[in-house]
Design a protein around this ligand. Structure first.
Ligand code: ATP
Length: 445
C-alpha cells in the first residue's frame, strides 16, 4: 500500500465520516523524493486541510515512510491537470457580480443579504458552512446533493442562499432556483390545473442548481414526491447541483418515500446545531453592525446567554431593543435590555423549564420522569439523567445547586460531574452525540 493510501486509511479511522469525505477524500497525492505533494481541488479545501490536518499528516508521513518523507506541500491541482496555485494564505473571494446580478438573483428567489460574508462561523455550523462554500465553488462536482439539517432558525436557509449567490456570481450563465418545498408543491398543483406540467418539469429539470428548503414538507404529498423524484434524478444525472434542507436527518423524515430518503443521503449530510454562547454574541454584533448600531458587550452577552433557542429569536430580540431605544430615545444599556426584553425572556424561560427537559428526556429514552429523579444508579438511568442535567445547564438559567435539587435533591457536584461526563462522551461516542443533538433540537424548536 502506498504512503498516501496508508495515511488515508489511518485518517478514515480517526475522523468522522463527514470530515473524512469533505476534506481528505478530495485530495490526491504524489511523492517527490522526501516531499509529499498534496493536491486539493480548490483553494478552499487547500486552506482548510492545511490548517486542520497538516500537523497530523506530517506525523503519519514520518510514521509510514520510516522518516524518508518528512515534508508536505499543499497545492491546488490534480494529478491529471496542471498545477494551478501553490499554497498561500489568500482567502477565497467570490468574483465581482455581473451587471444584471440583481435581476438574476430575483429570478432565482435569492436574498442578497444571505451570503457567506454575513454568516458568522462557529463550532455549531462550521462543517455546514465549509461544505456549502465548497458546493458554491464546485457545483455539481463536490457533493451531490448537499443535505443541511438542523432545528428552526439556525441558518439553513441563509446557507442555501449563500450557495446560490456564489454560484450566480461565479458563473454569469448559471441558472439557480431557490424554493421552499411548499412552493414547489403549490407550483406543481398550479401547473397541473392549467395543463402546464411539461413546462413545470422543463423549468426545474434545466437548472444548474436547485435549492429546496424544508423538504420535510413533502411528507405525505405523494404526487409532489413523485415529481420531485424525477426532477432530482434528472439533475443528479446531468451533474447539476442539488441542495436540500430539513429540520431532521434524511432517514428521520417521516412520510417520505424510501427512494427519496435514500437519495437525500447520497451526497453529504451536514447538521447545524444551536450556537454556543460566543457564536451567539458574534452573530448579535454582526447583525447590529448591519443595522448600523454598536451593541455594548455586556448587552450582547446578556442577550446571547438568555436567548439560546435559535438565531431568529436572537435577531428578534435585537430588533426589539433597537426599536425600543429609538422610540424612547434611551441608549441600549444592560438595565435597558433587561427591561425591554422582560416579556420575551419570560416566554423563553417558560418554554424550556427543567420539568420540560426531564419530561422530554424521559420520553425520548422511554423512561418515567420519576426514574430520572430516583436514587437508582443503573447505567440505563444514569446516562439519560446526566444528559438531562446537562441540557438543563445549557438551556435554562438555573444554577448547579438548583438543577441538582430538581433532580431528586442531588448535590451540585453531581451536576457538574454529569456535564463534564456528557461533554467528553459527546466527543467520543457518536450515539450519545446523536441523542444529545436530537434532544436539543426537540427542546429548542
Ligand atoms: N451563523 C449565522 N450568522 C449570521 N446570521 C445567521 C446565522 N445563522 C442564522 N442566521 C440568521 O438567523 C435567521 C434565521 O436563519 P434561517 O432562516 O437561515 O434559519 P433556518 O435554519 O432556515 O430556519 P427554518 O428551519 O425555520 O427555515 C436569518 O436571519 C439568518 O440570517
Amino acid at each position: 500500500m502506498g504512503l498516501w493510501d496508508q495515511c488515508v486509511k489511518q485518517l478514515k479511522g480517526e475522523l468522522t465520516s463527514a470530515e473524512f469525505n469533505t476534506w481528505i477524500l478530495p485530495l490526491q497525492a504524489r511523492v517527490d523524493g522526501g516531499l509529499l505533494r498534496l493536491l486539493a481541488p480548490n483553494r478552499f479545501v487547500l486552506d482548510w486541510t492545511q490548517k486542520h490536518y497538516e500537523r497530523r499528516l506530517i506525523e503519519l508521513c514520518a510514521q509510514f515512510s520510516d522518516g524518508s518523507v518528512c515534508h508536505i506541500a499543499f497545492e491546488v491541482g490534480g494529478l491529471d491537470r496542471e498545477r494551478v496555485t501553490v499554497a498561500g494564505h489568500s482567502r477565497y473571494e467570490p468574483p465581482a457580480p455581473a451587471p444584471d446580478m440583481g435581476e438574476r438573483r430575483a429570478s432565482a428567489n435569492l436574498n442578497a443579504d444571505f451570503t457567506f460574508d454575513t454568516f458568522v462561523e462557529g463550532k455549531s455550523n462550521q462543517l455546514a458552512r465549509a461544505a456549502s462554500m465548497q458546493i458554491g465553488q464546485n457545483p455539481g462536482t463536490a457533493y451531490n446533493p448537499l443535505f443541511i439539517y438542523g432545528g428552526v432558525g439556525l441558518g439553513k436557509t441563509h446557507l442555501m442562499h449563500a450557495v446560490g449567490n456564489v454560484i450566480l456570481a461565479s458563473n454569469p450563465s448559471a441558472r439557480v432556483v431557490y424554493l421552499h418545498s411548499e412552493r414547489f408543491v403549490a407550483e406543481m398543483i398550479k401547473a397541473l390545473q392549467h395543463n402546464r406540467i411539461d413546462e413545470f418539469k422543463k423549468t426545474y429539470r434545466s437548472v444548474n442548481a436547485l435549492l429546496i428548503d424544508d423538504v420535510q414538507f413533502f411528507a405525505g404529498k405523494e404526487r409532489s414526491q413523485e415529481e420531485f423524484f424525477h426532477t432530482f434524478n434528472a439533475l443528479f444525472e446531468s451533474r447539476q447541483q442539488i441542495v436540500l434542507s430539513s429540520d431532521r436527518f434524511p432517514k428521520e423524515v417521516v412520510g417520505l418515500e424510501e427512494r427519496l430518503r435514500s437519495r437525500f443521503g447520497w451526497g453529504l449530510t451536514v447538521s447545524i446545531d444551536p450556537p454556543d454562547l460566543e457564536t451567539s454574541v458574534a452573530i448579535l454584533h454582526c447583525k447590529a453592525t448591519q443595522i448600523g448600531i454598536e451593541l455594548p458587550e455586556d448587552v450582547a452577552f446578556f442577550v446571547g446567554r438568555r436567548i439560546r433557542s435559535n438565531i431568529r429569536e436572537l435577531e428578534g430580540a435585537l430588533r426589539r431593543l433597537v426599536a425600543n431605544s429609538q422610540f424612547t430615545g434611551k441608549p441600549i444599556t444592560l438595565e435597558f435590555a433587561k427591561h425591554a426584553l422582560k416579556d420575551v425572556l419570560a416566554a423563553q424561560d417558560k418554554q424550556v423549564s427543567i420539568e420540560n427537559i426531564q419530561k422530554t428526556v424521559a420520553e425520548y429514552f422511554k423512561l418515567r420522569t420519576s426514574d430520572l429523579l430516583s436514587a437508582k444508579r443503573s447505567r440505563s438511568l444514569a446516562r439519560p439523567r446526566q444528559i438531562a442535567m446537562t441540557l438543563a445547564k445549557e438551556l435554562t438559567k438555573h444554577s448547579l445547586p438548583e438543577i441538582g435539587n430538581a433532580f431528586g435533591g442531588r448535590d451540585h457536584t453531581t451536576v457538574l460531574h454529569a456535564t463534564r461526563k456528557i461533554k467528553s462522551l459527546r466527543d467520543s461516542d457518536a450515539g450519545i452525540e446523536e441523542d444529545y443533538k436530537n434532544l436539543l433540537r426537540i427542546l429548542t424548536s
